[in-house]
Design a protein around this ligand. Structure first.
Ligand SMILES: *Cc1c(COP(=O)(O)O)cnc(C)c1O
Length: 471
């Protein structure tokens, strides 16, 4: 045993470092709003800082922890209103530590017995909230991007024209998706070899919702071009503006033509837990599959995504592949050997993060989180509407609110430049974190209200800063 190895696994040292870190994080959480939400540095400057740090080996971990905290963006800050990642619930973060420490790899049952059982329970809780029947089930996977790809692979195997897994794409396959969908759907289609031709973009209306009345004609046109449409993807909700597609209408279409319906609920699928807002997902229980990110609207540390299937048996067909060294009975539908159904081989013990919240607070915690933030989105929108200097991209359904500052006599190009500059200045100042998005040629300031501690006070301060930062 070398001394280095001995030290690296020394329980006393771990205890001491662990206490240090927990105390540091508790203080961080307590005082989070007393510092800027982001301490902006140019990438070059940030790299320089760390290159200097990397010149030494140092047994004292405290400066390292502090440095990481200092220049990381603070999601628990009331003025964090940017990308759609949860401020992780402390308990779920602690469970992540448990997962990281145990490092059970999950691909086969004995490499994660506990987390496998919990994964089945967590999936069942999600299926119930969705309104699926007993036949439903699913698993957890590494992100919405991967969940959407996995669902589409399954869709192709079931609704495609041949056994693609073994024979490759033998026909011109295509999927239908709103032009407002997340880019990962487009990417998934290309990974699957569908090419540009295989992605049929359905135009969205003025509220960025898929125009379902166009579906029949688009399908007809696709057939004429010799394409086989095997899947349609509904967004619940879209990333840019938080717009929910009409899932019932899409389900009518999909059922009529026996096309797989997948719902990308990475952000807004979590609203199935909200008594007040689950109406937005009306019809979701008719979808063949749905992806819901837990690291977005369910307070869980990245990266944890639930992929649920209306008929759990379908999920075993995605990877019709044999891996004899892992499973001696590769064809059997064994729920407990998760690697049979997930893209990942080794996987995080994701379920314990989600389960820790459910076990401690009940699923009511998810309702509280989603409902609070969606309510806040409406509040913010009404504040924006009340100020004639602002324009709202669309009335928000979720906690994603896009708006821009209007300036009399400016052309659209000047307005775009102006709003973009405002956002840049805001980030450099660091009081708030917001993002921007381009929608139909217009640049909007985009906020996702991710922090349930944010109030009208901070929202008012943001609007004030947007109006005044360039003056
Ligand atoms: C965030 C998002 C994704 C991507 O999910 P990741 O977990 O970041 O991979 C996909 N679709 C929608 C609608 C999203 O909002």
């Amino acid at each position: 045993m070398t001394e280095l190895l001995y030290n690296a696994y020394n329980p006393q040292q771990f205890r001491q470092q662990g206490h240090l870190l927990i105390d540091l994080l508790a203080d961080y959480l307590q005082n989070i709003d007393k510092q800027p939400v982001i301490n902006w540095k140019e990438p070059k400057e940030q790299l320089k800082l760390w290159e200097t740090d990397a010149e030494q080996i140092n047994e004292d971990v405290l400066p390292f922890f502090n440095m990481v905290l200092a220049d990381s963006i603070h999601l628990h800050h009331k003025k964090y209103m940017g990308h759609q990642v949860s401020p992780s619930a402390p308990l779920a973060a602690l469970s992540s530590l448990l997962s990281a420490f145990l490092n059970n790899g999950m691909a086969v049952y004995e490499m994660g017995a506990t987390s496998s059982a919990l994964e089945k329970i967590v999936a069942a809780i999600f299926c119930k909230a969705i309104g699926y029947t007993e036949k439903a089930g699913g698993f957890l996977t590494s992100g919405g991007t991967l969940a959407n790809l996995t669902a589409l692979l399954c869709a192709r195997q079931i609704c495609g024209s041949n056994d693609t897994w073994h024979e490759g794409n033998q026909e011109k396959l295509a999927i239908m998706v709103s032009e407002e969908a997340h880019y990962c759907i487009d990417r998934a289609a290309r990974i699957m070899g569908l090419g540009t031709e295989g992605i049929i973009k359905v135009p969205a209306d003025k509220n960025f919702v898929m125009q379902t009345d166009l579906l029949e004609n688009l399908l007809e046109a696709a057939k004429k071009e010799g394409k086989k449409v095997f899947a349609i993807v509904g967004s619940a909700c879209s990333t840019s503006t938080g717009s929910y597609d009409n899932l019932s209408e899409i389900a009518n279409f999909a059922e009529k033509h026996q096309i797989w319906l997948h719902i990308d609920g990475a952000h807004g699928g979590a609203a199935v837990f909200s008594e007040k807002y689950k109406y937005l997902l009306k019809g979701v229980e008719r979808a063949n599959s749905i992806a819901i990110d837990c690291h977005k609207m369910l307070m869980v540390p990245s990266i944890t995504t639930a992929l649920l299937f209306k008929d759990e048996d379908d999920s075993y067909l995605t990877f019709a592949q044999k891996a004899q060294y892992l499973w001696d009975n590769a064809d059997e539908k064994e729920w407990h050997n998760y690697g049979k159904r997930t893209f990942e081989c080794t996987k995080l013990m994701m379920s314990i993060k989600v389960y820790s919240l459910i076990r401690t607070y009940g699923i009511q915690i998810f309702d509280d989180f989603v409902t609070t933030l969606y309510d806040l989105g409406k509040t913010f929108a009404s504040m924006i509407l009340a100020n004639k200097n602002f324009e709202l991209a669309t009335e928000p359904s979720a906690n994603i609110v896009c708006f821009s500052l209007k300036v009399a006599n400016f052309t659209q190009e000047q307005l775009n430049r102006h709003n973009s500059l405002i956002r840049k200045k805001i980030i450099e100042k660091g009081d708030f974190y917001i993002v921007q998005t381009t929608i139909r040629g217009k640049i909007y300031l985009r906020t996702t209200l991710m922090n349930p501690f944010t109030t009208e006070k901070e929202l008012g301060e943001l609007l004030y800063q947007v109006e005044n930062i360039l003056l």
